[in-house]
Write a protein that binds this ligand. Structure first.
Ligand code: CDP
Ligand code: MG
Length: 687
């Protein structure tokens, strides 16, 4: 097919020999060297697919889909046949599938149903340098599995920049294969100081390059979709005002995770002749997606990072400095086809002294409730969660927080053992809170409604313009004839909207007229169907099939639905302050919060006060601490949960009779501070 020869091809025999002789190996190669797209084909050709599939994990959904397409194209087959992909709620594989790209989350779920992963002969843990939460857990699980399934199972861990020695040590000193990159030199240019606005600074730099530098595409890193859109609007305006004919044509393209596939295809397609492309991308272009033709990289040195604080239960999505490893990766994107340039919009001293050497792994900055439930449900022999084989240990605080969350939703008992309920929860591809709510809904005869709510919450947003601009979202919601949630909250509104859509025979025009995202609505419908199937399949044995499916159609009350949700969201309840409309989150997390302006209006009493108790889906700090996706609940439902919280004994939950050694906690706390701040200054002051 005349495909390019990639650096990895020269190492085919070395790789195949190493894999033949060892159960595990680490493979390090520059981004673009062919790890993701070629390794699987290499093993396929070498005959490994005779005894099982080749599974390649990706931390990101888009990457899994995009590389599966690419590999199918290279092999001249249809996606879903010899080459397929599997991401949450979307399985494009068949019995024919020999090479399967899947998210790390999907492979983790497969462990639940087949702990030894027998369908695979080779598992490639790709993009391990990203250190996503799920990849880290898989590393620990595969570490146990390789010795069990020796010699049939081969595991390859690949990375662009990973600390290979550390990974090799973790896997019993397995060999490391290095594929030298075919990288051209990249000249690094630093700014004297940080620009006042990095967005304006980046736009200006892009324009300067465009008017004065020779042809070559420009890759500009921004931190999120919002910013990308702003930068593109600015760039377009500026480009318009350039004198016609003074420089070459330009097309400006966005690239981010939730971009519709047809828009992404424009970035990977052939660029028009004599035209410069400016690609404005999130961090996704740092390693997981490679755009060919880039010669200039503009790096403001920032990334949007989710950070969970177990003390407050709050997630924040903060723009933080990238690490040096990331800065090097970004620069490398400029030297793939010929010598390039990287414009760092920060001083060299900042690079040397302010950036962390490596990014804090996600496992040290995420809520671990889902992860711990998953590990517990695997019932690994002789395992204490606190001693699981983590490549980097999460803090004790995070683990204890996870245990207490699980206890409140009845997933584990007083001694920390998983309950029957917990096992059912783990089987649902949902976070523990929603899983618990679905099971409660079944008992309260409102499963159909709860499925709808869970499905809608699994989408990015069903509203147009949302969730970025609170005000516009509000406008969109009040627009047209959308139902209003009857003052009970967002969840009820989601249900009403979905039901209205169903009444309109799932008409897509109807969505458009009502300011709803067609893609999200279709996705919700699909997710709802899948969740329904799983719930019915998992229902208690012995009940006749017919009765089961009728339970989906039963129309429970909105009250029952809210009660079911309350069972699931016991960790996410908020109590209104006595005399005004602020809320305080309950439990040890007594964070003061406000309801997010995008929320659907709640009923107020004669004094203008909001409901006394609400549950929320998300506690997030943007400009203020806000709760989002809010729904009114009743005090009598909250009471037993409060009692449970009061009587909780965290030592018991952790399954440890002796108190945890204080030294360990101290070290963990230090790690936590590092994880929370992600900045070098704080790091050095705590050490
Ligand atoms: O994984 P790694 O970064 O080592 O490389 P890769 O993703 O396998 O990419 C190898 C080559 O395939 C690069 O030149 C990519 O541009 C190309 N590729 C592509 O054209 N379309 C994709 N969806 C993925 C990769
Ligand atoms: Mg790759």
């Amino acid at each position: 097919m005349g495909l390019a020869v990639l650096p990895i091809h020269a190492y085919t025999s070395e790789i195949l020999e190493t894999v033949a002789k060892n159960a595990v190996c680490v493979l390090i190669g520059e981004t673009g060297s062919g790890k993701t797209t070629q390794l699987s084909q290499m093993f396929h050709q070498a005959g490994y697919t005779k005894s099982g599939r080749i599974g390649v994990t990706q931390p990101r959904r888009v990457a899994a889909v995009s590389v599966a397409r690419r590999v199918a194209f290279e092999m001249g087959v249809q996606v879903g046949e010899d080459v397929g992909y599997s991401i949450r709620f979307e399985d494009r594989t068949s019995s024919k599938t020999a090479i399967k790209y899947l998210t790390d989350g999907c492979l983790l779920r497969e462990c639940l149903f087949d702990p030894e992963l027998h369908q695979y002969s080779v598992i490639i843990l790709d993009e391990a340098h990203e250190r996503s939460l799920n990849t880290d857990i898989l590393l620990g699980l595969l570490r146990r599995l390789v010795s069990k399934r020796k010699p049939e199972l081969k595991v390859v861990i690949t990375s662009a920049t990973l600390d290979g020695e550390k990974m090799s040590d973790f896997f019993f000193k397995c060999p490391i294969v290095r594929v030298p990159g075919k990288l051209y030199p990249v000249q690094i240019l630093y700014s004297k100081e940080r620009p006042v606005s990095y967005l304006d600074g980046a736009v200006q730099t892009a324009l300067d390059i465009h008017v004065s530098e020779p042809p070559g595409d420009i890759l500009l890193f921004m931190t999120g979709q919002d910013e990308i859109e702003k930068a593109i609007a600015k760039l377009e305006e500026e480009v318009q005002s350039l004198d016609e004919g003074s420089c070459m044509d330009v097309v400006i393209l966005p690239l981010y995770g939730s971009l519709p596939p047809e828009m992404q295809a424009r970035v990977f397609g052939q660029p028009p002749d004599n035209c410069r492309r400016i690609i404005v991308a999130t961090n996704i272009a740092e390693t997981s997606l490679t755009v060919d033709g880039v010669v200039y990289v503009i790096d403001p040195g920032l990334v949007k990072q989710r950070q969970y604080n177990p003390a407050s239960g709050m997630d924040s999505l903060a723009v933080v400095p990238i690490s040096r490893v990331q800065a090097i990766q970004r620069a490398g994107r400029a030297g793939r086809t010929r010598p390039g340039r990287c414009y760092r919009l920060y001083p060299e001293a900042a690079y040397e002294h302010e950036l962390l050497a490596a990014t804090v792994p996600e496992i040290q900055r995420s809520s671990l409730a889902g992860t711990v439930l998953h590990l517990k449900s695997l019932e690994l022999p002789d395992i204490d969660i606190l001693d699981f084989d983590f490549l980097d240990q999460p803090s004790l605080e995070l683990l204890e927080d996870a245990l207490s969350q699980l206890y409140i939703v009845d997933a584990i008992d007083k001694s920390g053992s998983i309950t029957a309920l917990g096992k059912r929860m783990a089987e649902l591809p949902l976070e523990p809170a929603l899983a618990r709510a679905l099971i409660a809904a079944e008992e309260l005869d409102c499963l159909g409604q709860a499925l709808t709510v869970a499905a809608v919450l699994s989408c990015e947003s069903i509203f147009y313009n949302a969730p970025r601009q609170g005000k516009e979202k509000k406008r969109a919601r009040e627009h047209g004839s959308l139902p209003n949630g009857r003052g009970l909250g967002d969840h009820i509104q989601y249900l009403q909207i979905y039901d209205a859509w169903e009444k309109n025979n799932f008409d897509l025009e109807w969505c458009k007229e009502n300011g709803l995202q067609i893609r999200a609505m279709k996705f919700a419908r699909d997710v709802r169907r899948q969740l329904g199937q799983i719930m019915l399949r998992k229902k208690r044995d012995g009940e006749p099939e017919k009765r089961e499916s009728s339970s989906l159609r039963k129309v429970g009350s909105a009250r029952a639905l809210r009660q079911a949700l309350c069972k699931g969201f016991g960790n996410r309840l908020a109590h209104r302050l006595p005399h005004h409309n602020g809320y305080r989150c309950i439990g040890h997390k007594s964070q003061l919060v406000q309801i997010h302006p995008s929320a659907c209006p709640l009923e107020v009493d004669e004094e203008g006060l909001l409901p006394e108790w609400v549950l929320y889906h998300e506690l997030i700090s943007t400009t203020h601490p806000f709760i989002r996706h809010v729904c009114m609940v009743e005090g009598s439902w909250v009471e037993p949960l409060l009692k449970k919280m009061d009587n909780m004994d965290i030592r018991g939950l952790s399954g440890r009779k002796t108190p945890i050694v204080p030294e360990k906690r101290l070290e963990d706390d230090k790690a936590m501070v590092m994880a929370r701040t992600g900045s070098q200054q704080v790091l050095s002051s705590t050490l």
